[in-house]
Design a protein. Structure first.
Length: 445
């Protein structure tokens, strides 16, 4: 899958990437509205131009067949299926057999059903396929990725308890049956493709909203990656930019415990938020779809954590640390999104929007080089109002309304006064994918 991904992400025209050189997103989408051309926007097909210079889709299982053969992918999946039979793991055997079929016939759904419907968690799990649109500048096509991990049973049980509490809160607060989801904590021993490129601390599959509604979803958390980012980036940022007044009366060990709990719960809630996202965002919002989707999921996470019942021994201090974790990660995103790792611009944008909105509502302020607030209720109330605005926008808004929203609520420099370093290229110069708007004064020109 690493070889497939190297072809997908390559900027060289001769390696075809996802589209012909010079393809304009608006032209592609307009053509795809024709009934006979709808497959152009399939997430599982590259696009070429035929001899008549018209757009033509080629499914992944055909486009990448030679790479699959050269790297013995199909044979390896057959061997893994046979080994699983010997280990009396029928679920894994079925999954690998269906994955082989996926890469030969294009049946992408069956192996996802098998993975989602499995009741137990395997001690070792291998995930392989085409997922997420991060690499595609248009936000349409899925990319190759794979990982292998070893189950962390203790953390998995802990995170499951939180996820169940979150789903119960969604049901009680909305009166609707929440989408099904489960969570797995694990230690990676191999990772390839897109998941390696972006150094993710986890994932939520399948990607399609309709599939999530039908079969549920699975949140993966890669423990060692999460712990490393927390220790290296997030917690030092928390100590640097959050007012010490927000941790008065707590020991250093308590501060660290609360901070880590806030980060992991916010992450799980964010990933679960993807299960609540409606279908068709890309068609409605074009290049803004992923920005709006990630902002919605983050606000859902903050809103739910601020309003769920808690039995924490720290009481409302936990709510302080939720918003503190948001801003701590936000400044890290500000500093690193233009790095060689090509940090996704969506995360930088969503945190900048949240910070600016809270500042505009006077719920937070800068004091002695730190972000401060008088009461946890202040940022809680501001983020709750923003959550309901974005919830309405993502369900009922149109393209022009989304453009206006980001024009009014995004400032690429909102973290500048707090940052200790900046990218030489300036805000957004490193974004791989950005909203396609012609106004040169727009934030992603």
């Amino acid at each position: 899958m690493a070889k497939v991904y190297s072809v997908q992400e390559s900027p060289l025209p001769e390696e075809n990437n996802f589209y012909p050189e010079g393809t304009r997103e608006e032209d592609l989408r307009a053509t795809a509205r024709l009934p006979e051309k709808s497959d152009l926007t399939s997430p599982y097909a590259i696009v070429i131009k035929d001899r008549n210079r018209e757009y033509f889709p080629i499914p992944y299982h055909i486009a990448y067949r030679r790479i699959f053969e050269q790297n013995r992918l199909l044979e390896t999946l057959t061997e893994l299926s046979q080994i699983s039979v010997k280990l009396r793991d029928s679920n894994s055997s079925t999954y690998f057999r269906q994955k082989r079929e996926e890469f030969t016939s294009g049946d992408h759904k069956s192996p996802e059903i098998t993975r989602m419907k499995r009741l137990d968690e395997p001690k070792i799990e291998l995930v392989i396929g085409f997922y997420d649109t991060n690499t595609d500048n248009f936000g349409i096509k899925y990319s190759a990725q794979a990982w292998g991990d070893v189950l962390d049973a203790k953390s998995t049980q802990e995170y499951r308890q939180f996820l169940e509490a979150l789903k119960n809160w969604v049901k009680e607060s909305t009166g609707r049956q929440p989408p099904d989801a489960k969570v797995r904590a694990s230690y990676l021993f191999i990772v390839a493709g897109q998941a390696a490129k972006y150094d993710w601390v986890g994932n939520n599959l399948p990607c399609q909203p309709a599939w999530r509604q039908e079969m549920g979803s699975k949140i993966d958390i890669f423990v060692q990656r999460f712990d490393a980012k927390f220790a290296r980036d997030w917690y030092p940022a928390f100590r640097d930019i959050i007012s010490p007044n927000r941790r008065v009366g707590l020991s250093e060990s308590q501060v660290k415990e609360l901070a880590k709990t806030a980060f992991i719960k916010r992450y799980i809630a964010h990933e679960y938020g993807h299960s609540l996202v409606p279908e068709g965002l890309s068609d409605r919002f074009g290049g803004y779809a992923d920005f709006l989707k990630e902002l919605y999921c983050e606000l859902f996470a903050i809103h739910s954590l601020n309003n769920m019942p808690t039995d924490s021994k720290f009481g409302n201090k936990e709510k302080d640390f939720v918003i503190a974790s948001e801003f701590s990660e936000g400044i890290v995103d500000y500093q690193t999104y233009n790095s060689p790792q090509q940090r996704r611009a969506e995360y930088f944008v969503l945190s900048s929007v949240i910070k600016k909105y809270c500042e505009d509502k006077k719920s937070i302020f800068e004091e002695n080089g730190c972000i401060a607030w008088k009461s946890y209720r202040d940022p809680r109330d501001a983020t709750t109002a923003l959550y309901f605005d974005v919830d309405h926008l993502i369900r009922y808004g149109n393209y022009d309304e989304v453009v206006k929203f980001f024009d009014e609520n995004f400032d690429s420099n909102t973290y500048r006064s707090l940052a200790t370093k900046q990218s030489a290229g300036g805000p957004f110069s490193g974004a791989r994918r950005r909203p396609t708007r012609s106004n040169p004064n727009h934030y992603v020109a």
